[in-house]
Design a protein around this ligand. Structure first.
Ligand code: LLP
Length: 430
C-alpha cells in the first residue's frame, strides 16, 4: 500500500509506475518531479464510492478534499468519477470553476471565509457552504441572492482522534466547528435556520487527519446523531445531509499498516445507518471527504542526488534538489518517509544516510537515517506516499521554483503542471 497500484520493477530493474520507467521520467521532465498514477487516483475514489454504495442504504457522495492536492486535471478526473469536491478557499473554488467542475457537488468548509468567498460560493451555486462562524452567518444574511445558498453547519463532536495534535480537529478545544457539548451548535443552528438566504441541508464534522484507529468515527457519529435528535425535538429541524469529513490515514513507510478506504466507509455507513434507526431519524445523504487517502498513495516524488557530505563517524548527508519547499511535512509534523533508489529499488540497503534538501536552513531534512543501497551524485531517489499535502503546501522559499507534475497511466506520461521558471517568481512584482 506504500506504492501506487501500478508500481512494478521493470526488466531493467528500475521502478515503474503507470507503465513508465521513473528514471526515464526524471530524464524527460527533470527533477524534482511529482508523478501521479491515474489508476491509483481513480481506484481509490472508486473504493470509497462503491464501498459507500454497498454499505449505506441511503444516498451517498464521496468528495475529494482538494487541499490534499489540486490541479485542473485532477479536478476533472474527480468529476469523471462522479465524485464531489471539497474546497477550502476562493482560490480552490476558482480552480474548480475553471475546470468546469459540477458546482452542485462542491462543498466549502473553512473557519474564516471572507465576504468575497461567501459571495463567490453563492454566485456559483455550490452544493454546500459549510458554515463555521457567526461572522459567516452575518455575511450570508447580508447577501443579495436570487436563491437561498445551500448550507450545512460545521459541528465539533468533542472527539479527539488518535493522530498528531497538529492535525486533530474534532476535540472541544479547536478553531473548527460549533461545539455540541456547550450548546453552541444548537444555538447556532437555530440562528442559521432563521436566515432567509440559507437553505440548511444538515451538518458537517471532520475530526482529524491521518487516522488509523477508525473507532473515533462511530464515537463522533453517535454524538452528532444525538445532536440531530435535539435539533429535531427543539427546532423541528431534520438533517437531509450528514458529512463525516475525511481523515483516513495512509502508509508512509513499509512498517505502516493503515485501514483501507473500504474499511472506513463500512464503519461509517454502519454507524450512521444503525444510529439513525436506533433514534428514529430518517437517513441523511451521507458524505465523506477523503483527501490524503486518495491523493497520497497515488503520488511519488523524484529527486536527483547532488552533493554528498560525509562526516566520519557522525553522519553522511545526501543532498537532493528539492526539500522543505516541496515537502514541509517532515519538519511540520515529524512525518517519516522512506526513499528508494529508482534504478535499484530492491537492492539490499547497506548504508545509512540522511537525505537533506537544498534549502538554506539546517532543518531542511527530508529523511533522517534512511537505509539505502550505496548512492552517488546523479542517482534518482523516489519517495512514495508523496501525493498529499506535499505540493499542496509547497512554497517558493529561497526563491526556488516549484516542481513539475506528471500524470502517468497506460505507458503514457502527461505533464499536468509545468515546472515554475525564475520569471514566474517575478510575476507578481509591481
Ligand atoms: N474535510 C475537512 C473539513 C478537512 O479539514 C480535511 C483536512 C479533510 C476533509 C481531508 O482530510 P484527509 O482525508 O486528507 O485527512 N497538512 C496536514 C493535513 C491537514 C488536514 C486538514 N484538513 C498533513 O500534511 O498531514
Amino acid at each position: 500500500m506504500l506504492f501506487p497500484d501500478t508500481y512494478a520493477v521493470n526488466r531493467a530493474g528500475h521502478m515503474e509506475i503507470g507503465g513508465r520507467d521513473l528514471l526515464e521520467l526524471a530524464a524527460e521532465f527533470g527533477t524534482p518531479l511529482y508523478v501521479y498514477d491515474e489508476a491509483t487516483l481513480r481506484g481509490r475514489i472508486r473504493e470509497f464510492r462503491d464501498g459507500l454504495r454497498a454499505a449505506y442504504p441511503g444516498e451517498s457522495l464521496v468528495l475529494y478534499a482538494g487541499k490534499a492536492f489540486l490541479s485542473i486535471r485532477i479536478a476533472r478526473l474527480v468529476a469523471e468519477e462522479g465524485a464531489g469536491l471539497d474546497v477550502v478557499s476562493g482560490g480552490e473554488l476558482h480552480l474548480a470553476e475553471r475546470a468546469g467542475f459540477p458546482m452542485e457537488r462542491v462543498s466549502f468548509p473553512g473557519n474564516n471565509k471572507s465576504a468575497e468567498e461567501v459571495g463567490l460560493a453563492a454566485r456559483l451555486g455550490i452544493g454546500a457552504l459549510v458554515v463555521d462562524s457567526e461572522l459567516e452567518i452575518d455575511l450570508l444574511a447580508r447577501l443579495a441572492v436570487d436563491h437561498p445558498v445551500r448550507a450545512t453547519l460545521r459541528v465539533s463532536p468533542g472527539i479527539k482522534p488518535d493522530t498528531h495534535s497538529y492535525i486533530s480537529t474534532g476535540q472541544l478545544d479547536s478553531k473548527f466547528g460549533f461545539p455540541v457539548e456547550t450548546g453552541q451548535a444548537l444555538a447556532t443552528l437555530e440562528r442559521l435556520l432563521g436566515v432567509a438566504n440559507a437553505d440548511v441541508q444538515g451538518v458537517h464534522a471532520h475530526i482529524g487527519s491521518q487516522i488509523f484507529d477508525l473507532s473515533s468515527y462511530p464515537a463522533a457519529i453517535e454524538r452528532i446523531l444525538d445532536f440531530l435528535v435535539q435539533a429535531r425535538h427543539r427546532l423541528g429541524f431534520t438533517a437531509r445531509e450528514l458529512s463525516v469529513g475525511g481523515g483516513v490515514g495512509i502508509a508512509y513507510t513499509r512498517a505502516d499498516d493503515p485501514p483501507r478506504p473500504a474499511d472506513f466507509v463500512r464503519i461509517v455507513a454502519a454507524a450512521v445507518a444503525e444510529g439513525c434507526a436506533a433514534r428514529g431519524l430518517p437517513l441523511p445523504r451521507l458524505l465523506v471527504e477523503p483527501g490524503r487517502a486518495i491523493a497520497g498513495p497515488a503520488g511519488v516524488a523524484l529527486y536527483t542526488v547532488g552533493a554528498i557530505k560525509e562526516i566520519p563517524g557522525v553522519r553522511t548527508y545526501v543532498a537532493v534538489d528539492g526539500g522543505m519547499g516541496d515537502n514541509i511535512r517532515p519538519k511540520l509534523y515529524g512525518a517519516v518517509y522512506e526513499a528508494f533508489k529508482a534504478a535499484a529499488p530492491d537492492a539490499e540497503p547497506d548504508t545509512t544516510v540522511t537525505i537533506a534538501g537544498r534549502y538554506c536552513e539546517s532543518t531542511d531534512i527530508l529523511i533522517r537515517d534512511a537505509r539505502l543501497p550505496r548512492v552517488e551524485t546523479g542517482d534518482v531517489l523516489a519517495i512514495p506516499a508523496s501525493g498529499a499535502y506535499c505540493l499542496a503546501m509547497a512554497s517558493n522559499y529561497n526563491y526556488n521554483v516549484r516542481p513539475a507534475v506528471v500524470m502517468v497511466g497506460g505507458g503514457e506520461a502527461r505533464l499536468i503542471r509545468r515546472r515554475e521558471t525564475y520569471d514566474d517568481l517575478l510575476l507578481t512584482e509591481v
